[in-house]
Design a protein around this ligand. Structure first.
Ligand SMILES: [Mn+2]
Length: 407
């Protein structure tokens, strides 16, 4: 028996169209490999989509891939993940299931004191599947506390897979993540198909394997830099032996550059950035540019991104990050501990006044009235348009301007 184990596909997950496209491409490539390798079935351990109801463009492509699997007679078993789960059950996975394109195997029944785990069995492949969906903020962990499972004897020759989307204590990279231990996974399965942790790891639970294949495509900039590509597993089980083949999917090279502009006036900072970029071969690569440090003069908004774009036009995509860029011209450092929001606001305003009194003068008469008077929230019964109008009216009154709202 041979099957594919995928997790954390996150279709629709990037706001850059170029990366959304690569994300889809990674999925297409994975499906292609599954068909080529003639796997018996595919398991997806959650987070197929970035959201419960993804954009139509993403769905269109995803559905056509599921259809290819279906036409190749390869069933697909899935559990919703923390991203594509919905309490109301209104997720696109349900639509895919109704269309016969996949089967949600997270068949849990929540009873008062316990959770009953039901099975799905695939007679043709002699495989039995059960799963627990990922929920928002790790709420699925509750499910594991009082699990009840009854595997009938007639399935004793079946290969048993448990599909989950939960952090395991033994593999988690950060201590603070809520998790369960491998020993709390229900006993009696042959393969534990994990998702949620975006890393590649395989452990043993007695004779069974517990595996995370990692995301099929990096899901954020940090992962792009660290993983560079995606991965899934082709799992072969023959004569009670496992063979797991890593299927790495690398679509574009990733190149990172950090330019430190500390102590430079803006003109020199711009020159330095361009000089450093010119040394790189960016052709068709994903280029991650970080500009860090505190400028000695000028504004951070004066970084010449037009020129940077021009100099990186060979790259597949430029991703820029200036979150650690600041300037001496206005730098407010404030100790935030043990202070209320109001105290902090007051302190920031005073500091601003001290540092650039000329600029402060032109805004000072608006700052406090704005802070004090727009400190309200939308009430339950208020319509969105009415609330917007209330906010805009209040601001206009304070700023003493007339504002025509067309809507
Ligand atoms: Mn995920």
């Amino acid at each position: 028996m041979i099957f594919a184990h995928l997790a954390d596909v996150h279709l629709g997950g990037w706001r850059y169209p170029e990366l959304q496209e690569l994300n889809l491409k990674a999925f297409k490539k994975a499906i292609e490999i599954c068909i080529e390798k003639k796997v018996n079935f595919v398991v997806i351990s959650g987070d197929l989509f970035e959201n419960a109801v993804p954009p139509v463009d993403v769905l269109k492509e995803a559905v056509s891939e599921f259809r290819r699997l279906k036409e190749a007679n390869i069933p697909c078993y899935i559990v919703p993940g923390s991203h594509d789960y919905s309490v109301t059950g209104k997720t696109f996975i349900e639509v895919l299931e109704k269309a016969g394109l996949c089967k949600n195997v997270a068949l849990v029944e929540e009873k008062k004191e316990k959770t009953i785990l039901n099975f799905f069995y695939d007679k043709k492949n002699k495989v039995l599947l059960a799963g627990i969906p990922g929920k928002k903020v790790n709420l699925e962990i509750e499910f594991f506390k009082n699990l009840e499972i009854k595997i009938s004897d007639k399935f004793k020759d079946f290969f048993k897979i448990f599909v989950f989307h939960t952090t395991l204590t033994e593999m988690k990279p950060i201590e603070e993540m809520p998790s369960i231990s491998i020993s709390s996974l229900p006993a009696g399965f042959d393969y534990y198909a994990g998702g949620h942790l975006h890393l590649i790891d395989i452990r043993k639970k007695e004779n069974a394997l517990v595996a995370y294949p990692g995301p099929l495509f990096p899901n954020n900039i940090e992962e792009l830099e660290k993983l560079r590509g995606g991965n899934f597993f082709i799992v072969e089980y023959k004569n009670k032996e496992f063979k797991i083949e890593k299927q790495e999917i690398f679509l574009k090279d990733v190149i990172s550059l950090e330019v430190d502009v500390s102590g430079l006036p803006i003109e020199e900072a711009n020159l330095k950035i361009i000089r450093e970029i010119s040394k790189l071969d960016l052709k068709d690569k994903i280029f991650i540019l970080r500009i860090v440090g505190c400028l000695s003069s000028g504004k951070t908004s004066e970084i010449d991104f037009e020129n940077i774009k021009e100099k990186s036009k060979n790259a597949y995509l430029l991703l820029k990050n200036t979150s650690k860029l600041s300037t001496k011209d206005l730098e407010l450092e404030i100790e935030a501990e043990n202070k209320t929001i109001e105290e902090l606001e007051k302190e920031i305003i005073e500091l601003y006044n001290k540092q650039i009194p000329e600029e402060f003068k032109s805004y000072s008469r608006f700052i406090l009235p704005l802070l004090e008077n727009i400190n309200f929230e939308k009430s339950e019964e208020e319509k969105k348009q009415d609330f917007e109008k209330r906010v805009i009216d209040s601001i206009c009154k304070i700023l003493n301007i007339n504002f025509e709202n067309d809507n």
